[in-house]
Write a protein that binds this ligand. Structure first.
Ligand code: NAD
Ligand code: DAU
Length: 331
């Protein structure tokens, strides 16, 4: 079986390719990635001789058509993924997340390939900080940022193509991921690498916002379960159930790094900052038998810290430019 993974020089997609090589040798993998600032071909180095890498854009209809024609399955990770960037310059988000997904859908429609679309819990908006309510597969969409609005739009395109054109598509909306190969612009790697480079970690506002942290391998195991056992047309929510606020995460990171608990700066909050995300993942657990293996967040975070300690060659070249972008945003 031939599988096209878009955006797999990025964080989750690269880990997906590693996971697939380890656990699903039945797949022949082709990666399509534009190598934007967020893509890094080095993330695929350990599996480079086992896959085909195509440097190109998901908005390039001719290229996408040719690649999809040769594949049985498409797993669509490619996106502009960072909320702060979308607040600064939304244009690439509209282009890649909407036009790019449209381009993939048209090729999938023409060639009858099977599609799994990777989405996010952010499409649902946010939940009250103090409540215990959760998002479900039926929660109405209510995105807050240009990033989540374009992801919501891409999800709706997938649903429309499934209903009106009968394409064989499934979709998943996962909570926040952590693990190796995550860009240093994101919360956890930014703080770890700030400590490693002698800069102070940065907490937005008071750090009360809550996220549900899920290890990237647990996410990718869920994607493989959907590929093998999911029902066409269905959406699955994925989340570990481990909810923590940003202050707790930062303090735990500092503790694991042997730093004082207050060795960080408060910086101005993100405009429109979503308060809390929480996915009810009962459907994928009961119907497909998914269970997160990284039940203990502390252990997963320690392993992630160790990975960044050992792989400065990977993140070092991105660090200065990332912090320069943050300085422009005042964060
Ligand atoms: P990332 O930013 O690390 O990687 C995105 C990849 O897409 C990069 O390799 C980039 O080069 C590529 N790309 C961007 N524009 C492209 C284009 N026009 N053509 C081809 N390739 C292009 O993102 P990520 O964190 O790995 O997220 C992957 C997917 O998972 C996204 O769809 C995101 O919305 C979703 N998601 C992310 C999380 C999370 O916590 N990171 C959680 C849930 C869902
Ligand atoms: O929920 C899934 C989403 O998770 C994905 O769809 C997105 O692609 C992914 O980027 C992530 O979005 P968040 O905005 O939740 O992640 P981020 O790592 O940017 O921030 C996590 C939290 O930490 C958020 O509340 C903002 C805060 N934060 C972030 C940074 C970078 C800080 O307090 N300080 C920081 O320096």
């Amino acid at each position: 079986m031939k599988l096209l993974a878009t955006g797999a020089a990025g964080f989750i997609g690269a880990n997906f390719v590693h996971y697939t090589m380890r656990n699903h040798p039945e797949y022949e993998v082709v990666v399509l990635d534009a190598l934007t600032y967020a893509g890094n071909q080095e993330s695929l180095k350990p599996v480079a001789d086992q896959i085909e890498f195509v440097h190109g854009d998901i908005c390039d209809a001719e290229l996408v058509d040719r690649l999809v024609a040769e594949c049985d399955t498409v797993v669509h990770f490619a996106a502009e993924s960072h909320v702060d960037n979308s607040l600064h310059d939304p244009e690439p988000f509209v282009r890649t997340n909407l036009v790019g997904t449209f381009t993939i859908l048209e090729a999938v429609r023409k060639h009858g390939a099977r599609l799994h679309h990777i989405s996010t819990d952010e499409v649902f908006g946010d939940l009250d900080l103090d409540g215990d309510d959760q998002f479900t597969e039926d929660t109405p969409y209510d995105p807050s940022s240009p990033y989540s609005a374009t992801k919501a739009g891409s999800d709706l395109l997938v649903r429309a193509w499934a209903r009106s054109f009968g394409i064989h598509a499934t979709m998943s909306n996962c909570a926040n991921n952590y693990g190796p190969y995550q860009h240093v612009e994101k919360f956890i790697p930014r703080q770890i690498t700030n400590v490693f480079t002698g800069a102070r970690p940065k907490l937005y506002g008071q750090g009360e916002n809550v996220r549900e942290w899920t290890h990237v391998d647990d996410h990718n195991e869920a994607v493989h379960l959907i590929l093998s056992k999911g029902t066409p047309g269905e959406t699955y929510l994925i989340g570990s159930g481990d909810e923590r606020n940003n202050k707790e995460i930062l303090e735990l990171t500092l503790e694991l790094l042997g730093e004082p608990a207050d060795a960080y700066d408060h910086v101005p909050d993100r405009p429109g900052h979503d308060l809390r995300y929480s996915n009810d993942s009962t459907k994928i657990r009961t119907q497909l038998g998914w269970e997160p293996k990284y039940g203990d967040f502390r252990t997963g975070l320690q392993a992630t810290i160790d990975w960044y300690r050992e792989n400065e060659w990977w993140w070092g070249p991105q660090k200065a430019a990332t912090e320069a972008r943050y300085s422009q945003l005042g964060r």
